[in-house]
Write a protein that binds this ligand. Structure first.
Ligand code: AOF
Ligand code: ZN
Length: 367
């Protein structure tokens, strides 16, 4: 019971890093001595101290003989920072409770093993589901090499995204668009296509003023991180004049052939093999995983949505539904060529249903 209470606190602390830790995981740590919390910490940014180090610093001498609750196995490797298991050993902690093992091949059980070798009482698995939910992107990348992919869709009640003319601004409410800002800000990258850029010339940025006060309370404005903008542009159609190229943060183009125009320093090119006339999305995702991209937020049209779904690349659907009917002539959510039998239809389960202003937001994963 008490163990759960302290782990719940560590999980809560870990969440405070969710806008800033990329490509590192969110981790929280609570140190308890004789029933008293003597240290707390969370990982804030890659390159900065890990959660355990912050908590140990706060605890000082009182870490001796204490229990450390950590949401992820303490690391055993020298990365950008020294190993946390050595710091816990040096501080004289007598028990370590980890919510889960770290699948990072550089750690993968070695942190817990090392602690055990020193006679420290070690356990893992407490509130594991919650700890998993905290780092879907990091964990998927470490386990599979692929980023966690969230497909964002905005539609009318009848699943339409635009009138037949293409008119689409705005189907969902300003509140829904603010909610998107928060979810964009938590993502490591935003993926779109040249078709969307040519049609809407979006900025695809996170705007500080559009984040809610509770998010703004987590980090100062100067630490606002722009997700990497990734544009699938097989035909090199986007120009250096398009709005997203000019925004703060990086823009990466996934191309099938080199583009020799002059681009700002913040622009990178990723050459991807072609698959039936398009950039091969599976290879692209694998390459993005290699670039340490943990999570991708997709905001694009019905074609990319369908292609990602058909390639089995979508981990989560985030659907904003507005209480409007656009009729059967309006455009649909995703193009799924070749889908004829109901048995072949991609199926999901609802994980979360939230009201957002006048709209609802649905979170779905595979059934
Ligand atoms: C922990 N506590 O708070 C975090 C951990 O480059 P570094 O030194 O920051 O190491 C990054 C790796 O360390 C990361 O990939 C993950 O395996 C682990 N993150 N471990 O004990 C923490 N953030
Ligand atoms: Zn560490």
């Amino acid at each position: 019971m008490l163990d759960e209470m302290y782990m719940a606190r560590a999980l809560k602390l870990a969440q405070r890093g969710r806008f800033t830790t990329h490509p590192n995981p969110n981790v929280g740590c609570v140190i308890v001595n004789n029933g008293e919390i003597v240290g707390e910490g969370f990982h804030y940014r890659a390159g900065e101290p890990h959660a355990e180090v912050h908590a140990l610093r706060m605890a000082g001498e009182r870490a001796r003989g204490a229990t450390a609750y950590v949401t992820l196995e303490p690391c055993s490797h020298h990365g950008r920072t020294p190993p946390c298991c050595e710091a816990l050993i040096a501080a004289g902690v007598s028990r370590v409770v980890a919510a889960m093992q770290d699948p990072n091949p550089q750690v993968a059980g070695r942190g817990l093993y090392r602690l055990q070798q020193e006679g420290i009482e070690v356990s893992h698995g407490l509130m594991m589901a919650e700890a998993e939910a905290l780092n879907k992107g990091f964990l998927k990348r470490m386990r599979t090499g692929f980023p966690w992919i969230q497909l964002k869709l905005g539609a009318s009640l009848d699943g339409r995204t635009a009138m037949a003319s293409g008119e689409s601004q705005w189907i969902t409410s300003p509140q829904a668009r603010r909610d998107v800002q928060r979810l964009r800000a938590q993502s490591h990258a935003i993926l779109t296509t040249s078709a969307t850029v040519l049609a809407d010339d979006p900025k695809l940025t996170v705007r500080w003023d559009e984040l809610s006060p509770d998010v703004q309370g987590l980090y100062p404005q100067e630490n606002l991180r722009q997700p990497v903008r990734i544009v699938v542009d097989s035909q090199n159609r986007v120009t250096p004049e398009h709005a997203l190229v000019q925004q703060p943060g990086e823009t990466w183009f996934a191309r099938t052939r080199h583009d020799s125009r002059a681009w700002p320093e913040s622009v990178r090119e990723i050459l991807v093999p072609e698959h039936r006339g398009h950039a091969d999305l599976v290879t692209l995702m694998m390459m993005l995983g290699k670039q340490q991209i943990n999570s991708i937020w997709v905001e694009a049209g019905a074609h990319l949505a369908g292609a990602l779904l058909q390639a089995g690349l979508v981990d989560e659907l985030i659907v904003y539904l507005a209480p409007k009917l656009l009729g059967a002539d309006a455009r649909g959510l995703c193009v799924l060529p070749g889908l004829e039998a109901l048995a072949d239809a991609p199926s999901f389960k609802f994980n979360e249903i939230r009201q957002v202003g006048p709209d609802v937001c649905l979170h779905l994963t595979h059934a």
